[in-house]
Design a protein around this ligand. Structure first.
Ligand code: NAG
Ligand code: NAG
Ligand code: NAG
Length: 447
C-alpha cells in the first residue's frame, strides 16, 4: 500500500494536473469481493483419511480420487473441505467436484507426477479446434474442474507444483505428441475462488478458466523460470466476471493474457471474454505484463487493469491479434502502471500469433477500438510504444494520457511507431506519433 503510493506519486508528479486524481485512487482499496460468495464449510476431511501419504514418493492419485468421490456423492450440506496437511503429495492429474474447498496447509505441496506416458488426454477445446501447440487432443490439466460450481482452492500458501521441467524439455526437443497440460483449468464452471496458494513450474499455462463465469483469483503467487516455454500466469479465456488481484507472477511467458478462442474455431464458437478486472498485480516475464490476445476470436470487452507493477518485461501492455482472428476487442482500460526494464512499454498490433491451420479466413479482420491507457510511468524502456493497426481495419479511439516512459539511459528512448490508428494523446512523453497527437477531443471526455 505504502510502496504503491510512492510510485504512484512519482507517476503523478510527471503531470501536476492529475496528481490529486491518481493519488486518491490508491487510497481507496477496491477488491474482488462480491463476485463470488465466500462460504465456510463445516464438513472437513483430510487426504490422510483416504490413505494419502505426504512423503514425496507415494503416488496419491487414488487418495485424491476417493476423497473427491466422497465429496461428490455424499453431498454434505454446505459442501466439504478437503484438507492437505504439511507434506509433499505426489499425484497424477485429478478432477475437482462442485461445492468443495481444496485447502493446502502451510507446508503442503501437491506435486505432479513425472510419468508423462500415462497422462490422460482430452478433446481439444471447441474454440481452438485443436490443441494449442499440437494438432489433436490435449493432455488433461494437472488439476481440472469441468462443469463444476462453488469451488475454492485456498489455504496457508501451500504449493501446487507442476514439475514442468520434463514437459519444457519435450517442447524444446520437439518430442511432444500433444499439447502440454495446464497446471489448473476450470472449464464450463462458475463461482470459483483461488486464493493464498503458490503455483510453481506449470507444464504450460498456469491458471486457465475457460467458458467460466464468476472467477476470483487473489493473493496468489505464480512462479516459473523465465526460460520456461509458454508458462503464462493467468489466462481468462471465453470467460466473464473474472477478477484477479493482489498477486505476484513471474513466469516464462505473459503474466495475464485475456483470450477467447482461435481463428475460425473461435469465431464459430463465438464466446467472448468480458468484464475482466486485474488489479494490484506485480511481476516479471520475458513477454507481456498485461495482455489481451493473441487468441481473441470470440471478442474481448470491458477489461479493466490498474495498479500494475512490472520489472523486467518484454512488453508492459500488449494488445495482440492477427488477420484471420476476427473478434472485436473493445473497451479496454489500463491505468496506473509502473514498469522498469522493458523492451517496449505499450504495443497494440494486428500481426501477432500463429494460425491453427490453413483454413483460417483471411477476410476475418480483427477490430480494436475504445482503448484507454492512462498514468503509465516507466524507466529503462527501450521503445515507448508501437501501435500498428490493419490497413483494412484501423484501430480506432485509442486514447493515451499521462504516460511517461524513460529510455535506458535517461529521458530519450526509441520513438513511437504507429500506423492505421486514430484516437488521441495528451501528456505523453516521448510524444507519440502524429496519428494520435492530432488529437480527438472525444477521447478525453471521461478522463
Ligand atoms: C476427469 O475429467 C476429464 C474431463 O471431463 C475426463 O475426461 C476424465 O475421465 C476425468 N477423470 C476421472 C478420473 O474422472
Ligand atoms: C499468502 O501469500 C499472500 C500473497 O503473498 C499474502 O498476502 C498472505 O498474507 C499469505 N497468507 C498466509 C496465510 O501466509
Ligand atoms: C467499459 O468497461 C468498464 C469496465 O472496465 C465498464 O464499467 C463500463 O460500463 C464499460 N463501458 C461500456 C460502454 O460498455
Amino acid at each position: 500500500m505504502v510502496r504503491r503510493c510512492v510510485w504512484e506519486t512519482l507517476a503523478c508528479l510527471s503531470t501536476a494536473l492529475v496528481i490529486l486524481k491518481c493519488c486518491s485512487v490508491a487510497a481507496d482499496e477496491v477488491t474482488c469481493s462480491g463476485i463470488v460468495p465466500m462460504v465456510y464449510r463445516n464438513d472437513k476431511i483430510s487426504i490422510t483419511d483416504f490413505g494419502g501419504v505426504g512423503d514425496g514418493r507415494t503416488l496419491n492419485t487414488k487418495a485424491f480420487n476417493e476423497a473427491i468421490y466422497r465429496i461428490k456423492h455424499l453431498k454434505r450440506r454446505g459442501g466439504t473441505l478437503l484438507y492437505i496437511p504439511p507434506g509433499v503429495y505426489l499425484t497424477e492429474s485429478f478432477n475437482l467436484t462442485s461445492r468443495m474447498t481444496l485447502y493446502l496447509a502451510n507446508g503442503a505441496v501437491i506435486k505432479a507426477t513425472q510419468n508423462t506416458a500415462n497422462w490422460p488426454l482430452v478433446a481439444p477445446l471447441p474454440s481452438y479446434g485443436r490443441g494449442r501447440e499440437r494438432p489433436g487432443g490435449r493432455y488433461l490439466s494437472f488439476i481440472h474442474g469441468e462443469g463444476v460450481h462453488d469451488v475454492i482452492i485456498t489455504g496457508e500458501n501451500g504449493t501446487i507444483d507442476g514439475q514442468g521441467g520434463i514437459w519444457w524439455n519435450m517442447w524444446r526437443q520437439r518430442t511432444l505428441q500433444y499439447t502440454r497440460p495446464n497446471l489448473i483449468e476450470f472449464k464450463d464452471s462458475r463461482n470459483i475462488i483461488i486464493s493464498n496458494v503458490i503455483f510453481k513450474n506449470s507444464p504450460f499455462w498456469n491458471i486457465h478458466p475457460v467458458y467460466c463465469s464468476n472467477v476470483v483469483i487473489r493473493h496468489v503467487t505464480i512462479l516459473a523460470p523465465s526460460d520456461s516455454p509458454n508458462t503464462d500466469g493467468i489466462d481468462p479465456d471465453s470467460s466473464s466476471h473474472v477478477c484477479i488481484e493482489d498477486s505476484y507472477i513471474s513466469t516464462g511467458d505473459d503474466l495475464v493474457a485475456v483470450k477467447s478462442g482461435w481463428d475460425e474455431y473461435g469465431i464459430a464458437y463465438g464466446r467472448p471474454s468480458h468484464d475482466i478486472t486485474i488489479r494490484r498485480v506485480s511481476g516479471s516475464c520475458p513477454f507481456a505484463g498485461i495482455a489481451v490476445g493473441s487468441e481473441t476470436s470470440g471478442g474481448v470487452y470491458n477489461v479493466f487493469a490498474e495498479h500494475i507493477t512490472l520489472n523486467h518485461m518484454g512488453v508492459g501492455i500488449h494488445l495482440k491479434t492477427n488477420i484471420g482472428r476476427g473478434g472485436i476487442i473493445r473497451n479496454i482500460t489500463v491505468s496506473n502502471v509502473y514498469m522498469v526494464n522493458a523492451r517496449k512499454g505499450i504495443k497494440i498490433a494486428g500481426d501477432v500469433g500463429d494460425h491453427p491451420d490453413e483454413n483460417y479466413n483471411r477476410n476475418a479482420l480483427p477490430v480494436i477500438k475504445h482503448v484507454r491507457i492512462t498514468n503509465v510511468w516507466g524507466k529503462k524502456v527501450q521503445q515507448a510504444g508501437l501501435i500498428m493497426g490493419l490497413k483494412n481495419s484501423p484501430f480506432t479511439d485509442i486514447c493515451l494520457s499521462n504516460i511517461n516512459l524513460h529510455g535506458p539511459t535517461g529521458p530519450r528512448n526509441v520513438p513511437w511507431k504507429c500506423s492505421d490508428v486514430s484516437g488521441g494523446a495528451i501528456q505523453v512523453i516521448p510524444s507519440p506519433c502524429f496519428e494520435l497527437t492530432r488529437s480527438n477531443r472525444k477521447c478525453f471526455t471521461h478522463f
